[in-house]
Design a protein around this ligand. Structure first.
Ligand code: FES
Length: 367
């Protein structure tokens, strides 16, 4: 009896695998989509591509780099764009990432749309200026026990134009049987230094890209990235500013504040940085120094799990409580938040409760 069940199970498994293989072969060899036209932004750009690849890959082959932090696996939702015609039906992978409004407007995950026929799509204009860069690791230095600063000296192109607050996508190389992936990191350096970029990278346990950066990547090694991406940036108003960051969420705020100094923007700015203990703090001396030279700038680090008997004389407690204590009324302010989704959601709740309109809160969630 058991033997018959095993034989039947084996038969079903082999049949299933054979059918799956045949489907893949059919997709690759029998179905020939031929050449397809992709019309972008109402004919502003026209591409002719070989059908069969994803829209994300087809655009990248033509040097149009759509953000894609998960490397096309359908799990980051960074690669959204509008498909106005020819995109076929929404796949089950896309379902959870698309709101009703987005569906109505033809928004799709470009990594899940296959180019099978002519397409009409719409992408933000600024993505036309995103490039693929190659550079050399100038240095890799520890900032804390799990965050490093990486400086990439640009080789080709030799300089980058970006706005403080934007991010790039670093390509990891294949190593120890792990595939190459792309991961998003905010630029920590300032636009005025356009021959190199600095990144603050936190080690994610078992993360493919961060493990590669920490364990494999060496100074002097060549690297590649695409960018710049993102809308997180200083607004063009005079409102006083509250910045809140945690961990490697420091990077875009660090860039924005020093860029304000470079551009002589003197808006009253208070920067709250949340960490667990003193071991998680970095750029402390540099930020204290900025406080001394910039009368409009205040830096408030706050520790949530520092031992009570330590020599720490600064703020203690959750960053949200510390912000509330300093700013019971935020109705005049704008906020710039950068950190984990949990931290950002908690900060948005506290700031709106203190009177800040939601459209005055800009954030960059690190997932
Ligand atoms: S690239 Fe991540 S969801 Fe498409």
């Amino acid at each position: 009896m058991i033997q018959s069940i095993l034989i039947a199970t084996g038969f079903i498994t082999i049949t299933g695998l054979t059918l799956a293989l045949l489907l893949v072969l059919a997709e690759r060899r029998i179905l020939n989509y031929g050449e397809c036209e992709i019309s972008i932004n109402n004919g502003e750009k026209e591409l002719t591509v070989q059908g069969g690849a994803t829209l994300l890959a087809s655009l990248a082959e033509n040097d149009i780099f759509i953000p894609s932090a998960c490397g096309g696996r359908g799990s980051c939702a960074y690669c959204k764009l509008r498909v106005l015609a020819g995109g076929g039906v929404i796949s089950p992978v896309e379902e959870p990432y698309l709101s009703n409004e987005e569906r109505k407007n033809g928004v799709r995950l470009s990594c899940q749309v296959k180019v099978r026929n002519d397409l009409q799509i719409e992408i933000p204009k600024e993505l036309f200026s995103v490039c693929r860069f190659s550079g050399i690791i100038e240095y890799k230095k520890p900032l804390t026990y799990d965050i490093i600063e990486l400086r990439i000296r640009l080789k080709q192109p030799e300089s980058i134009d970006f706005v403080a607050g934007q991010y790039i996508q670093l390509e990891s190389a294949e190593y120890k049987g792990r595939e190459s992936v792309m991961r998003a990191y905010s630029i920590a350096s300032v636009p005025a230094d356009n021959r190199s970029i600095d990144l603050n990278i936190r080690l994610v346990p078992d993360g493919i890209c961060t493990t590669w950066v920490f364990e494999v990547l060496k100074e002097g090694q060549a690297v590649h990235f695409t960018g710049p991406y993102g809308e997180f940036r200083l607004s063009d108003t005079d409102a006083p500013i509250i910045c809140i960051a945690g961990g490697s969420g420091m990077a875009p705020i660090w860039s924005i504040i020093r860029d304000m100094k470079d551009r002589k923007i003197e808006r009253e700015t208070t920067y709250f940085f949340g960490a667990r203990s003193q071991a998680d703090l970095f750029y402390l001396e540099e930020l204290r120094q900025l406080e001394k030279v910039l009368p409009w700038f205040t830096f408030i680090p706050a520790l949530s799990a520092e031992p009570e008997n330590s020599d720490w004389k600064g703020e203690r407690g959750l960053i949200t409580d510390v912000v509330s204590r300093h700013f019971p009324d935020c109705s005049r302010h704008e906020a710039y938040l950068c950190g984990s989704p949990g931290m950002i959601d908690a900060c948005v709740a506290v700031l709106t409760k203190a009177g800040m309109p939601e459209d005055k809160i800009l954030y960059d969630k690190f997932t």
